[in-house]
Design a binder for this molecule. Structure first.
Ligand code: ARG
Length: 551
């Protein structure tokens, strides 16, 4: 039984009408509290009187109960809290066991660079994937590739006019990007180019061997680069089914829409009217008058496919906020079709990213590749590490973990709705609220333990009740609950923020309480240090960040 349940069980007869949710984690004065204001009417007494009468009647082992200003306050005995923390195995409870969560994230576009704009979807989605899995859910990571559209016809034209196999072989995605930019510039001047592009894109759709072969090559080049980045970010996917997979499944969606009387023809195009007075939105465009299916049509087909294949309890789409209308329309169409499971779909949206003030555009070629950002972070990390710890053995390996970790941790440190201006110098500040700070604190814990020859032996919990140690204990105690609420609110920052707090509290403890003091104190302090290290490593792994043993 957890603390809240323990409190609720003890008070429920004394406070008629009380519920488990009345027990709150206290901000100050104590550990838990119950505000008594809502009982005043029923009991015809003032909240202060209710609280003090209840305080006199309720007794809970290991807790003191007091009344203050209409609140019933509960303070857990420190020894009991320390014991409780050690008794609980980190990450062992699996509250989401038996559920299935699909997460659509990163979802890169073929022949487009993996630029900094994809950072957020990739790391928020990747982190939620790890959290849901750690909480016991069956997770399905989906990279809904942007592998369908007329632009690939354009790319083939451009490749035939200005490119070559040799250049493609040698320069890979850089070559594709250049061809794409050149195609965009030239087709503004030369309308013949667009017609040619359309022909090639028809050929891809018709399964023409040469056109499909070229397209597959573009796809392989894009994926090879993306997978390198995924490797560095500790990201995994279970499915790479992209938009092209759903093209021939749009007809079945149209059949459903027709059967439900929802499909209208407007100017030769197929549309579905969505929204109402309270929730106004433009109609969803299913098929253009020239017969081409649209993005939302393929997403409708994908939604049915995911529902039929995975029978999900939740299907998340981690996509930037500028696609908010698209997802509102998508969910609205599914609801009009009577699909109850549309309520289990969530657009996990996030704000814009800029890098030290520079806005990012993808069409004009002035793009910032994510791999370049990671590389410069690693170079800077290596400089810092050389200065701080010249004797470290595997500097390059640690620099990779620290540099990449700094970027990812920084991306996951703010609420996702906020626009993000990214600064490498801030992200790499070892003394700031950063990934390197957490990694460094973790390494420091490990090296303290190594110097002591390990941290074994049962701790005497009453030796960890001084203010500094106890502050650490409190922050470690409910770590699993923090992970659960981060997953349920789609906010990895709950975890990153808690990790920084643990580090700050640990460093205060480390300065106040000498660890290598011998005797039972040393055993207890080492045990706490080990628990801090384990929690930091576990938390970092949920945020896709490595935890080097030495730094
Ligand atoms: N490829 C799209 C983009 O980069 C994102 C796809 C998101 N997922 C989806 N099912 N629509 O904008």
């Amino acid at each position: 039984m957890d603390r809240k349940e323990q409190i609720y069980t003890a008070v429920k007869d004394v406070l008629p009408g009380s519920e488990l949710s009345d027990v709150a984690v206290a901000e100050q004065f104590c550990d838990y509290c119950i505000p008594c204001f809502k009982f005043a009417k029923l009991l015809r007494k003032s909240p202060a009187v209710i609280a003090s009468e209840a305080a006199a009647k309720v007794a809970i082992p290991d807790m003191t109960v007091e009344a203050l200003n209409g609140y019933l306050n509960f303070t857990v005995s420190r020894v009991a809290a320390v014991e409780g923390m050690f008794a609980h195995k980190l990450g062992e409870s699996k509250p989401l066991d038996g559920t299935t969560v699909c997460i659509d994230y990163s979802s890169v576009n073929i022949a487009k660079p993996f630029h900094i704009g994809h950072l957020m979807t990739t790391v928020i989605g990747g982190s939620l994937y790890k959290m849901y899995r750690a909480l016991g859910a069956k997770t399905v990571g989906i990279n809904h590739l942007g592998d369908f559209g007329t632009q690939f016809g354009g790319l083939i034209s451009a490749f035939r006019r200005w490119g070559s196999d040799a250049a493609l072989e040698k320069r890979g995605l850089d070559e594709l990007l250049e061809l794409y930019v050149k195609y965009n510039n030239e087709s503004e001047k030369d309308p013949a180019l667009a017609a040619e592009a359309r022909e090639w894109s028809n050929k891809i759709e018709a399964g023409d061997k040469y056109a499909v072969g070229l397209f597959e090559k573009f796809k392989a080049i894009t994926l090879e680069q993306a997978k390198k980045v995924y490797g560095r970010l500790n990201i995994e996917f279970d499915s790479y089914l992209g938009e092209s997979f759903y093209v021939d499944k749009v007809a079945a969606v149209e059949d459903r829409l027709k059967a439900a009387g929802l499909l209208r023809i407007s100017d030769g195009a197929e549309i579905v009217e969505v929204g109402d007075d309270a929730d106004k939105m433009p109609p969803a465009l299913i098929r253009r008058s020239d017969g081409a299916s649209l993005y939302i049509a393929r997403d409708l087909a994908a939604a049915y496919y995911r529902h039929d294949t995975y029978d999900f309890d939740k299907c998340l789409y981690v996509v930037a906020s500028h696609q908010a209308l698209h997802f509102r329309q998508l969910f609205a169409v599914l609801k009009l079709l009577g699909e109850k499971w549309a309520d289990d779909m969530v657009h996990v949206s996030y704000g814009m990213v800029s890098v030290e003030g520079a806005a990012l555009s993808t069409r004009r070629g002035n793009v910032l590749f994510l791999s370049d950002v990671l590389d410069s972070a690693v170079v800077k990390a290596e400089e810092i590490i050389k200065e701080r710890n010249p004797d470290l053995e595997n500097k390059a390996e640690v620099a990779e973990s620290v540099g990449v970790g700094a970027v990812v941790f920084d991306a996951l440190y703010d609420g996702k709705a906020k626009d993000k201006n990214f600064s490498l110098a801030d992200a790499l500040n070892f003394d700031g609220e950063t990934g390197p700070y957490v990694q460094y604190t973790h390494a420091r814990c490990r090296s303290v333990i190594a110097k002591a020859g390990g941290a074994s032996g049962a701790p005497d919990c009453k030796l960890l009740t001084d203010d500094e140690a106890y502050e650490v204990v409190k922050l470690l105690s409910d770590f699993d609950e923090v992970v659960l609420s981060a997953a349920q609110k789609y906010e990895p920052c709950y975890v990153s923020r808690r990790l920084v707090k643990i580090c700050q509290a640990f460093n205060r403890f480390y300065n106040a309480d000498r660890i290598m003091c011998g005797g039972a104190e040393q055993t207890a302090r080492l045990a706490l240090t080990a628990r801090v290290a384990d929690t930091l490593a576990y938390g970092l792994s949920l945020l896709l960040v490595d935890a080097p043993e030495r730094m």
